[in-house]
Design a protein around this ligand. Sequence first.
Ligand code: TXA
Ligand code: MG
Length: 346
Amino acid sequence: MKTEIYNAKTQKENGTNLGGRLIRAGGLVAFPTETVYGLGANGLDGEAVNKIFDAKGRPSDNPLILHIAKKSDVKPLWRHVPDDARRLMDAFWPGPLTLIYLKSDIVPNEVTAGLDTVAVRMPENKTALALIRAAGVPIAAPSANLSGKPSPTTAEHVIEDMDGRIDMIIDGGPCRVGVESTVLSLVGTPTILRPGGITKEMIETVLGSVQVARAVLNPLQEGEVAESPGMKHRHYAPDCQVIVAQGSPRHAASIINREYELAEIEGKSCIIFATEQTKGYYRGRKYVIIGDRDMPSTLCAALFNALREESGKVDLILAEGIPAEDQGLAYMNRLLRASGFTVLNK
Ligand code: TXA
Ligand code: MG
């Protein structure tokens, strides 16, 4: 299959109009959002949705998010719109917050992987909104990566994974947030299933307290049922080992330097994921600065690109852990998963 590549800046109208037509005709179109690139299909057409699973190699038990272009478009997708959802939509839509509630009959089982709930979000990216409007249907879209790989934050990442597998890629430049949306279930006690750009602290200003699913920062135990099927699967894995060092910046750096030396003695090549504050600890070693520890949003924005850059090039990535607060929760969730929960604290 030939994949058409369009630039959202220079071929704006043409790109989203063609994309919308392709989606209505049952095709697959990758598009930018403020979080990561999505791989879109007509969310009301089960057959079109099945093509997403084929193109990504995604396990069929992992449900998808429906993307809409205006708040009221959620109505036909849910059984009804609960008050909590209304308040959150007013506060955070358009934006990186996905809400899960009981699905209506028009949502195909292919989208929800057979669950009786459906995830919906209204992205804020202009190209994404224009594409959804042009399609005239909700767009089902997971991240546009091959299953298991880090999510794509540039069109180049999408091309790497999807060229020849899908109809079209719309290039809208790098994604602002860099990690996927916050996923919040409103069935029962509001629970964050996946942290993201809209933080727990922000949601609590609207709802009071919310829970965070245990699997956000912990590996699933044997026999434990995942609240979100996505938490079962290995995620964001680069083609090399990843170790996370926990503790104060100085302590984490001393663990990292020790492991770096040990690995070098074994003939392994290493890279350190450092921060502005800690780069001084790593003089003479190979490191990249991911961002600023005091602004975890900068770390989120850079993580997936850094994982893709080093994947296959080095044997070992040594990364600093940061406090799991505000956007640090999203950063640690992705980093821990990329490491397969390989953590050292001494
Ligand atoms: O930012 C994002 O959310 C991006 C962009 C493209 O919008 N999309 C994205 O989709 O990250 P995906 O499919 O890679 O992740 C969706 C997550 C998965 O972990 C899935 O298991 C969970 O949401 N999910 C979807 N529907 C669900 C449901 N009904 N119940 C529980 N979890 C659900
Ligand atoms: Mg994904």
